[in-house]
Design a protein around this ligand. Structure first.
Ligand SMILES: Cc1cc2nc3c(=O)[nH]c(=O)nc-3n(C[C@H](O)[C@H](O)[C@H](O)COP(=O)(O)OP(=O)(O)OC[C@H]3O[C@@H](n4cnc5c(N)ncnc54)[C@H](O)[C@@H]3O)c2cc1C
Length: 510
């Protein structure tokens, strides 16, 4: 344990138990059937826990491959080479306690996750700033950031509105939303009166990573994410990544795990509607098969959830509260773009594997896949080329994927001149809109895991939790909570749920 973690522990910055689990036998003692709709992180996390406890669980995934927004699938390049492509680069942060506990089922030591050295932020206006090498725990990480960052000098701190900055340190799962959910993240950032450089390099990059524009994102959500990623956990901003594609590293072994425990995982099985029939649910799929079950977990992305609820008219009687929340919840955040380039030649050896980008019109991050995963590494060694993935997290609607890819490529060429000269051999570009929106005033009506219908639960990164969580970790946590609700209803042992320090450093105990 580092000095900063020891110091952090003294002020309660450590792993906290949200639910100790247990409370019944390791396996349910009578037949229980559950259907999980959606085979992303949320659905597969629920399925892992249910299958281990002896529940007969069936996962129905619409796509031909598992993983959803963490998915991976094979592509054939023009030269005939097979390469795995992915929905996009993901950082596996170390405070993702619940997601990591699911991943430990397939690799107890998490050896497949390799530390990523450094987390630089690139800018055309200011020198690169490094985030990944801070001490892991607060308050030393914050003090070190303030001491080291050229973006925020002591004089700037004096000019900052310290009262406006206080919410960042006083996160509280109830009060923060009561006070700030009606404000936008942009308004909160404006009120801090930060120098432009600090705002761009320290804050904007961070808020973009939540797939929402600051002007359309709740300030309370931004404060919650600051707490979750920077000010409330003892693991730091450092993260790890698999060294193989997500299908090989995660989805194939997790599927085998679920199947070994008696569950089944069916891809290419789109669910079209839900129906209540007596005390059971009937889950209808596009191929005409109906899956009966006492419990259903809907672990789909927000637009898909709204579509499924709309296509299930009977739900208006069973779950009126859920139906009422859907149109707003199902409207996703802005589109995001992912472009993976296979290139002739490489960028400089001193470039980092993962880079955040500040204040470019489109580009938000750059990942060098040929220095990250084995298959692109081998391709690059064989061809002398490189595999580079570019992301835009909240982009202009209506712009085609290829156009966004070209804009991102041109912007990176400004930041890294040697990149501009690399010839493109192959491009896979996509633009999608599936991320949850965290608009102002959305907290009060954000659905939680429990719905108002018996035996019907929700899971996913847009579903509310009453403890700090986000993105992949929220998907895994809500999946586990959904499984726990089923297990408690059926008398089986629940799975422990963990999180970080529940409140901000200056939030007090009340
Ligand atoms: C480009 C990009 C980069 C990201 N980077 C990070 C990162 O660095 N760190 C991080 O923590 N998070 C990151 N995220 C967010 C992360 O990917 C998501 O939070 C997480 O994967 C969501 O998982 P989920 O299971 O909740 O939803 P999804 O992954 O969306 O899974 C839902 C599944 O439901 C399926 N489905 C939909 N409708 C139906 C239906 N009718 N029938 C059956 N199946 C259906 C879908 O096909 C999908 O597989 C990133 C996301 C993107 C897009």
């Amino acid at each position: 344990m580092t000095l900063s973690q020891q110091l952090g522990r003294l002020i309660g910055v450590r792993e906290h138990q949200v639910d100790p689990g247990g409370g019944g036998p390791r396996r349910v003692r009578h037949p229980v059937e559950a259907v999980v709709v959606g085979g992303g992180i949320a659905g597969m996390s629920a399925a892992v826990v249910l299958a281990e406890r002896g529940v007969r669980v069936t996962v129905l995934e619409a796509a031909p491959t598992l993983g959803g927004r963490l998915g991976a699938w094979p592509e054939t390049l023009a030269d005939g080479t097979r390469q795995m492509n992915e929905h996009g680069f993901h950082a596996f942060f170390r405070q993702y306690y619940n997601w990591r506990s699911i991943l430990r089922r397939i690799d107890p030591g998490l050896g497949f996750l390799k530390p990523i050295p450094g987390y630089p932020i690139l800018s055309a206006q200011w020198p690169t700033e490094e985030f990944g090498k801070l001490p892991p725990a607060p308050p030393l990480n914050l003090l070190s950031l303030l001491a080291r960052s050229p973006s925020l000098r002591l004089g700037d701190l004096r000019q900052m509105d310290r009262d406006a900055a206080l919410p960042l340190l006083t996160y509280d799962p109830v009060r923060t939303y009561a006070e700030l959910d009606g404000t936008t993240a942009e308004e909160l950032l404006d009120s801090l009166k930060l120098p432009d450089r600090a705002r761009a390099m320290l804050f904007e990059v961070f808020s973009h990573s939540f797939f929402n524009h600051e002007a359309q994102m709740s300030a309370a959500e931004m404060v919650a994410q600051f707490h979750f990623y920077l000010l409330g956990n003892s693991e730091g901003l450092a993260f790890d990544c698999p060294d193989e594609d997500y299908a090989t590293a995660i989805w194939q072994p997790l599927t085998r795990h679920v199947e070994r425990h008696g569950g089944q995982v069916l891809t290419g099985s789109a669910v079209t509607a839900l129906r209540r029939d007596g005390d059971r649910w009937q889950v209808e799929s596009a191929d005409g098969t109906t899956y009966p079950a006492g419990h259903v977990v809907l672990a789909v992305d927000p637009p898909a959830l709204a579509a499924l609820v709309k296509a299930s008219p009977g739900l208006a009687d069973q779950a009126p509260g859920l139906v009422e929340r859907m149109p707003a919840f199902g409207t996703p955040g802005p589109p995001y773009a992912v472009a993976r380039y296979w290139l002739e030649g490489d960028v400089s050896q001193r470039r980092a594997v993962f880079n955040g980008v500040s204040r470019q019109a489109t580009l938000d991050s750059v990942t060098l896949y040929h220095r990250l995963e084995n298959e692109p590494r081998i391709w690059a060694q064989r061809t002398g080329g490189s595999v580079v993935e570019l992301h835009a997290y909240a982009c202009e609607p209506g712009v085609p994927a290829e156009e966004l890819a070209e804009r991102m490529r041109a912007e990176l060429g400004v930041l890294w001149p040697e990149f501009a000269g690399l010839r493109v051999r192959e491009l896979r570009a996509r633009v999608e809109a599936q991320a949850p929106a965290f608009t102002p005033n959305s907290h009060a009506t954000r659905p939680g895991v429990r719905t108002d219908a018996d035996g019907l639960y929700l899971a996913g990164d847009g579903i509310a939790t009453d403890f700090p969580s986000a993105l992949m970790e929220r998907s895994a946590a809500t999946g586990i909570i959904a499984a726990n609700r089923i297990l408690r209803a059926e008398g089986g042992a629940a799975e422990p749920v963990r999180s970080i320090r529940p409140r901000g450093l200056l939030a007090g105990r009340s």
